[in-house]
Design a protein around this ligand. Structure first.
Ligand code: DGJ
Length: 748
């Protein structure tokens, strides 16, 4: 997997190849990243020297050699390259010019973890190989170790960098990325997942242009606005074919992903900290480790890219027993009650849900401290005596007695001014001395950069989680840091606050998981405000959005699926009119969208009509039957809700053995007398015969087709809107936001 020819390195698993070299001056040059290629003795022909006027040339007498015109591996600024550097370190004399030179390498079997940080892992050392390349700048007292891990069965490479101060005086890290990738041209479209609260991870694409285009967050959280991922695809790429280079950050704080296109058409793709609010004081002898970033390559379009990320998350990122266990169908009381509940009301919601087949009851916000509304109680993680006068144990026991698991909401990073914790520790809050403190939703942010704060919250949570049989927690986070300042550290360490805060968040997750290894944590941040690969290392599922409207969810889940697997996407059926959009959608559509996620309900099932309640029972039975296909199968997006031609969406999941597939087919507004429709399916076995079953009315119900027909001829999926409704149409009635679930079962 790692071929070394002198100073050339070829990392490959047959699926991808990554080739770079250390040149005679000790500089690392990138030679190739793309589909796997056979090895050869010498790839030096890929280095293109040019004489270009106005270049700075670091080697006296050599006019052909300028770093500005070479594709580099870990570039530095100002010694003949003027593009964005991978690293910038200020030294005691005030200079930030460095000259890192290659000094050696080693190969590590398997893939080591990164202390305190989320990272890919492998079960056996045969499943990965890691190359460490060492760079040194003696004058600066700076050593850098670059890590590259090739995962055996996936077209993906994990990268990170470790910086060591081997000098006698402190260094200041002013910029540091986890990876730099100089691509030979700029003929790409960049995909971003962008949005805001209640419309997270919408897909946006634009052609790369000269200059720098970035996605970023400056919030100490990955945020709702841009997800820490990016895909560069050749023009014409679609869901099913086309070259895509993708990058993703395994990190949950401020970040920047940039694509800088220089005037010679080279694209410099970087993933790392944003340097606006990152600055690290590296004392003599100290080491700094970057988070890990991933890069992948496929020729199989966006679906190919997504399938790689789904696999890597499911097999090499999500840990513990919940990696392989089925995720429970849950009922959450938030939209059913908000803050208006007591023990009996909760039990009645749970009972009705249990009778319908729901497996886990989740008690959301409001159960703790003196929390009456969102102005008080955060930080006091003991049962609210007014709402739960018999304590938590009694409630949990009643839920467990029904035969359900019990889950509980927390917002560990936050504090209310009206709380016992604030009375005892007003100094635990992040604030800038002498300045006003902004609030968000009446709450303030605890300084998780301070170990004693993290430990204090941990002790409270541990006591509570030990007090009753709690299987799940929902970890919420409803605001970002403002007036950032770390009162526990001095002037030179203020630029470290945001990263140290994120490390504190990771630390608390890790402490909880060590103490309660069977705990299932669902991440959440005002919906999907911290949906990233970093969190998925600790929280196998994340609430995708506070928007539970089925139509909005088609977009949110479609976009989320670009990088994240269905089993990671928290998704619930809620009541209509929807609380976020006011829209009324059919119950079957709400469920058939939510089923392409973790699946659950967020309503009081007792308030449904008998007919709807029976439908819910059938939905749950259906999901239980096909949960494995949906969560462990291969996912294909078929019709995009972002591309207007059809005003529709469709996707499907195919079981690993390709014997079963579930297709979700969704409409927006009904268009009377609309066009006939076919869905071109994907991922089936061309020769296998599949029987089609549809939960709605369909002209193809019960018919048998080969996989080849379903993929090439297409599956007829016209609905009643393509004819006259009112009884004469063989396809029955239609309505706005109609949907269908097709089940395809292989026939022997
Ligand atoms: C925001 C979350 O996204 C919601 O699901 C809910 O838990 C509320 N917070 C509770 O305050």
């Amino acid at each position: 997997m790692v071929h070394v020819h002198g100073r050339q390195f070829h990392l490959t698993n047959g699926l991808v190849s990554y080739i770079f070299e250390a040149n005679e001056y000790g500089k690392l040059l990138n030679l190739y990243f793309g589909a796997g290629v056979p090895d050869r003795e010498d790839f030096d022909y890929l280095v293109e020297y040019q004489h270009r006027p106005m270049s700075s040339c670091p080697q006296e007498g050599n006019l052909l050699y300028s770093l500005e015109h070479l594709r580099q591996e870990f570039p530095e600024y100002g010694a003949s390259d003027y593009r964005r550097p991978a690293i910038s370190v200020r030294q005691p004399n005030g200079s930030a010019i460095t000259n890192l030179e290659y000094t050696g390498f080693r190969i590590i079997e398997g893939k080591p973890g990164l202390s305190g940080l989320p990272a890919l892992y492998v079960d056996s050392t045969d499943d990965a190989k890691t190359l460490e390349v060492v760079l040194l700048d003696k004058l600066a007292g700076l050593r850098v170790r670059l890590w590259y891990s090739v995962i055996a069965d996936l077209p993906i490479i994990a990268r990170s960098a470790r910086v060591e101060n081997i000098g006698a005086e402190a260094l200041e890290i002013e910029r540091l990325v986890s990876f730099n990738l100089d691509l030979p041209d700029a003929d790409y479209e960049m995909t971003e997942l962008t949005g805001a609260w209640a419309r997270e991870r919408n897909v946006e694409r634009h052609r790369l242009h000269s200059g720098t285009q970035t996605v970023e967050s400056l919030r100490a959280s990955s945020g709702h606005f841009f997800n820490p991922v990016s895909a560069l695809a050749r023009p014409g790429t679609n869901e099913h074919s086309g070259q895509v280079v993708a990058a993703a950050f395994i990190y949950s704080g401020s970040y920047e992903i940039s694509a800088q296109v220089d005037t010679y058409g080279v694209t410099r793709l970087q993933v790392g900290f944003d340097d606006f609010d990152f600055h690290w004081h590296l004392g003599a002898g100290e080491t700094f480790q970057t988070p890990e970033a991933l890069m992948s390559f496929t020729v199989e379009g966006y679906n190919g890219m997504s399938q790689t990320f789904h696999d890597v998350v499911r097999k090499h990122l999500v840990r513990g027993p919940w990696r392989d266990k089925e995720r429970p169908i849950l009922i959450n009381n938030w939209e059913a009650t908000y803050f208006d509940f007591d023990e009996d009301k909760l039990v009645s919601i749970a009972r009705k849900a249990h009778d319908a087949g729901v497996e886990l009851f989740v008690l959301d916000d409001g159960w703790f401290g003196d929390r009456q509304d969102d102005t008080s109680g955060l930080g006091d993680w003991y049962p609210n005596p007014r709402r739960l006068p018999h304590g938590l144990k009694s409630l949990v026991q009643r839920i467990n007695d029904l035969g359900m698991l019990f889950g509980l909401w927390f917002e560990p990073e936050m504090i209310s001014k009206k709380s016992k914790l604030y009375e005892a520790h007003p100094d635990w809050v992040i604030r800038t001395p002498g300045r006003a403190m902004s609030h968000g939703r009446n709450e303030y942010v605890l300084n998780f950069a301070d170990d004693k704060v993290v430990d204090g919250i941990y002790e409270q949570m541990k006591a509570l989680l030990s007090s009753a049989d709690i299987s799940y927690i929902k970890w919420d986070m409803n605001r970002n840091i403002s007036e950032g300042y770390d009162a526990t550290r001095g002037f030179e360490r203020q630029g470290e606050l945001f990263h140290r805060y994120v490390l504190g968040v990771y630390k608390l997750h890790e402490l909880l998981l060590q103490a309660f290894p069977n705990l299932l944590i669902e991440g959440c941040s005002s919906g999907g405000g911290r949906f990233d690969l970093g969190m998925l290392y600790y929280t196998p599922q994340i609430w995708a959005s506070d928007n539970t409207d089925a139509v909005a969810r088609m977009k949110i889940q479609y976009g989320t699926s670009m990088f994240y697997p269905l089993g990671s996407m928290g998704s619930h059926v809620s009541i209509v009119p929807n609380h976020q959009s006011g829209r009324v959608t059919p119950l079957c559509t709400r469920a058939s969208v939510a089923m392409f996620g973790t699946f659950g309900y967020e309503l009081d099932l007792a308030r449904l009509s008998t007919r709807d309640y029976e439908e819910v029972k059938a939905q749950i039975a259906f999901f239980k039957r096909f949960r494995e296909v949906i969560h462990a199968g291969v996912f294909y997006r078929l019709v995009s809700p972002f591309e207007g031609q059809r005003d529709a969406a469709a996707w499907m999941a195919v079981s690993e053995d390709r014997r079963t597939a579930i297709v979700g087919d969704y409409h927006m507004l009904a268009v009377p007398n609309s066009a006939f429709k076919r869905l071109y399916l994907e991922g089936l076995d061309a020769k296998m015969h599949y029987k089609v079953h549809c939960t709605g009315v369909s002209s193809i119900e019960g018919l048998i087709f080969t996989g080849s027909e379903l993929m090439k001829v297409g599956m007829v999926s016209s609905d009643a809107s393509s004819g006259e409704s009112g009884g004469v149409n063989p396809l029955g009635e239609t309505e706005d936001f109609a949907s269908r679930l097709f089940v395809l079962s292989a026939q022997d």
